[in-house]
Design a protein around this ligand. Structure first.
Ligand code: ZN
Length: 336
């Protein structure tokens, strides 16, 4: 099955052609126009998607000598995300599908992330998924390869958002995750002791806004020199890693009391790129019976390959639905 997928939920414009479980072509264009604003400007994102989509789609077909008529199914992210951006990607892909008389399948962006690690890992169930992105911080339970259940999530900021905001306070660039990780390499991770909200509340929920407020007060009182930025970055990154680890351990424990014994864990989303956090997690699960899974690098941040993959593995579950309207707050398991 040849799948054409489009992802435009935020500031990444991405197209993928997937031939069964083989990525034929995958282009991810990260819009740099937002960098100077320290965050995504929705109107600029929509305009850029429109411009870039046409260019990269042409390129994808011509570079691989694939005739659009050969595509079996067209799919696009239809939520959650920025509504203007979603509309551009969905309408663009629907137009291709209509003009070629092919099915159009709307895909939930979160499902794309959640299923991304099954592309390169043999997932065993029950499976715990920790989704860590700029828009979401969520725990999901999968008892088989079809059912996805939300267990808990951040009650305020998403983890990636926290990284971006702290980076901005420190005068670092956007996206903040990479910048914090870079500065943290030479910093003293014990420089600051930061709060860890909801760490012992026995739930699957997270909270990051208190850490942000706490750090904001400290940063305002200090001079932003390199050493200070490095030390704050290292302390912040260490705290985030500790929260993730503690929450994972608590989660596994809560589930075991419900007689659900987790066999594998996936860390998915852009924050999975953080090598400091992933090294700590690898050490933690090194001797464990629980298998730790990550997606391939190109399926970590927002990308069309995970959308194509979700379409491919769940094609029987999805329906051809050209009339589906993109929804900015689409939830998992919501009918598409
Ligand atoms: Zn995402």
């Amino acid at each position: 099955m040849l799948v054409f997928a489009c992802e435009t939920s935020c500031d990444e414009t991405s197209i993928c052609i997937l031939d069964n479980n083989n990525i034929v072509e995958h282009i991810v264009f990260s819009q740099e126009i937002h960098d100077k604003f320290g965050g995504v400007v929705p109107e600029l994102a929509s305009r850029s998607h429109l411009e870039i989509l046409q260019k990269i789609t042409k390129k994808v077909f011509s570079q691989n000598n694939i005739f659009p008529e050969k595509i079996d199914v067209f799919c696009a992210t239809c939520g959650p995300g920025l509504i203007g951006s979603l509309l551009v990607g969905a309408t663009f892909t629907k137009s291709l599908a209509i003009s070629l008389g092919k099915p159009f399948v709307p895909i939930n962006h979160l499902e794309g992330h959640i299923l991304s690690s099954s592309f390169n890992n043999n997932i065993t169930y029950p499976h715990l998924v920790l989704l860590l992105t700029g828009g979401h911080t969520q725990f999901y339970l999968m008892t088989n390869n079809k059912e996805i259940k939300l267990l808990g999530e951040s009650v305020d900021d998403a983890i990636g958002e926290a990284f971006d905001k702290i980076a901005k306070m420190l005068g670092l660039g956007y996206p903040g995750g990479k910048e914090i990780e870079r500065m943290a390499k030479n910093g003293d991770e014990n420089f600051l002791k930061l709060p860890k909200p909801l760490i012992n509340d026995g739930s699957f929920n997270f909270s990051f806004s208190g850490i942000k407020t706490h750090l904001n007060l400290i940063i305002k009182k200090n001079e932003l020199n390199e050493k200070f930025i490095e030390d704050v970055s290292a302390s912040f990154q260490k705290t985030m890693s500790e929260i993730i680890i503690q929450k994972l351990l608590t989660g596994i424990d809560i589930l075991s009391k419900r007689n659900i014994f987790i066999k594998s864990i996936s860390i998915v989303g852009g924050v999975a790129n953080n090598e400091y956090i992933s090294k700590n997690l690898e050490t933690l699960f090194d001797q464990s019976k629980i298998k730790l899974c990550y997606p391939i690098k190109e399926m970590m941040s927002d990308n069309a390959a995970m959308i194509a993959w979700a379409c491919f593995v769940n094609y029987n579950k999805y329906k051809n639905n050209i009339f589906f309207k993109p929804q900015p707050r689409l939830k998992i398991n919501e009918r598409l």
